[in-house]
Design a protein around this ligand. Structure first.
Ligand code: URA
Length: 239
């Protein structure tokens, strides 16, 4: 629910005070009834609001951060397997939300969900170069030369050349990988090409939106306007 004058100001060319005046002047109806109190609370989802007889459209989008557990597939629906949407209650699922990009079944971590198609497109569009940071545990011993290979664009076993990426070695078998593209099984294939097959993979950051260290797989929460735009700020595994 929100104030009628605020809703009107957000959905028309009117300022907040012009909206309040239009309401006091009886130019605004809610479900067919003139309402003269700017502070009247209305539902942006269910009330039909008209300004001088013209419907006012209000579409508020929804944004969620989910800590994806392993074992679920990143899809909205699947006939046979459990999907990430199964973690959310029906009242949230019915908002028509879908995953933004994908994480493999065996990968855990930060996944965005929204019903805002334009936002999702901006996050995954290669032109935007939104960076994603993954924490990986690998087989074998990580070598400093692999960071150079990643920096210059590693060639995968099938000949695909990747965009420059960042590798930060944390220990013999643990590293952070920052990529700006989202090819199929990208991080697994990059590390395999370097001789370090992935044992465990977790996405911990998109842009400047970071999963808290104590985040529990399976947990989720709504993001506010400011947080959902953090994905467009630059950050990498060094920050
Ligand atoms: N790279 C992978 O290999 N897997 C993911 O889920 C995401 C990035």
């Amino acid at each position: 629910m929100m104030r009628l004058d605020r809703l009107l100001a957000e959905t028309s060319a009117l300022t907040r005070s012009q909206a309040a005046r239009a309401i006091r002047d009886g130019k605004v109806t809610v479900n067919g009834i003139p309402v003269r109190r700017p502070e009247q609370k209305v539902s942006e989802d269910t009330d039909r609001i008209c300004l001088e007889g013209e419907p006012v459209c209000y579409r508020r989008f929804h944004y969620y951060l989910l800590d994806k557990p392993t074992g679920l597939i990143t899809a909205s629906k699947d006939r046979n397997a459990e999907t990430v949407l199964d973690l959310l209650p029906p009242e949230i699922r019915k908002q028509g939300i879908f995953p933004v990009g994908r994480l493999d079944k065996d990968t855990s971590g930060l996944l965005l969900l929204t019903d805002d198609g334009e936002y999702a497109h901006r996050v995954i569009s290669p032109g935007r170069q939104v960076s994603k940071v993954y924490l990986a545990e690998v087989e074998g011993m990580l070598k400093p030369e692999t960071a150079d290979l990643f920096r210059s664009g590693i060639t995968l076993r099938d000949g695909t050349v990747c965009l420059p990426a960042e590798l930060k070695i944390l220990s013999e078998r643990d590293c952070l990988v920052t990529v700006q593209e989202g090819k199929y099984h990208q991080v697994r294939r990059m590390l395999a090409a370097a001789g370090n097959p992935v044992v465990r993979l977790r996405r911990i950051r998109i842009g400047a939106l970071t999963l808290p260290e104590d985040s529990k797989p399976g947990s989720w929460r709504a993001l506010d306007e400011e947080e959902k735009d953090k994905v467009f700020f630059r950050a990498n595994c060094a920050t």
